[in-house]
Design a protein around this ligand. Structure first.
Ligand code: GTP
Ligand code: MG
Length: 136
């Protein structure tokens, strides 16, 4: 079954949105197969976002991602990678549709991360979790 990596970012945790976000994935019918709370190091944040290392905002992005607790999760379900991104909304919360997590709950910082495809889902799950931490 398909798996994706979802993280509630420090701003989402700080704003008390953990249960709201988990609830949206659960209500859709996806299954939570791994979860932990961690404060990523800057080095780890750089690994997580390595695809963006040439972008001008990379340093700020990694500072922000390592600024506090992150809830790291693996969700399972048919089409969960693509549909998870749909639940999340587009990158800029001000452009995210109502009904999406970013559209309903965020204005500036976008509170949540989701893998953008099968390759990144696999890489991110491997970066964040050991195989035995997944209850599939
Ligand atoms: P993630 O789920 O966090 O990966 O977001 P995304 O997939 O919607 O966007 P992307 O992977 O392209 O960028 C990762 C993060 O970098 C985004 O969540 C934003 O926080 C930040 N980011 C992306 N594009 C820009 C930009 O043009 N300017 C700034 N300042 N930040 C950006
Ligand atoms: Mg992304």
């Amino acid at each position: 079954m398909e798996l994706t990596f979802i993280a509630i970012k420090p701003d989402g945790v700080q704003r008390g949105l953990i249960s709201e976000i988990i609830s949206r994935f659960e209500r859709k019918g996806f299954k939570l197969v791994a979860i932990k709370i961690v404060v990523p190091s800057k080095d780890f944040a750089q690994k997580h976002y390595h695809d963006l290392k040439e972008r001008p905002f990379f340093n700020r992005l990694c500072d922000s991602f390592s600024s506090g607790p992150v809830v790291a999760m693996v969700w399972e379900g048919e089409g969960v990678i693509k549909y998870g991104r749909k639940l999340i909304g587009v990158t800029d919360p001000q452009k995210s549709e109502p009904g999406t997590i970013r559209g309903d709950l965020a204005v500036r910082r976008n509170i949540i991360h989701g893998s953008d495809g099968p390759d990144s889902a696999k890489d991110e799950i491997n970066l964040w979790f050991k195989p035995e931490e997944l209850v599939t």
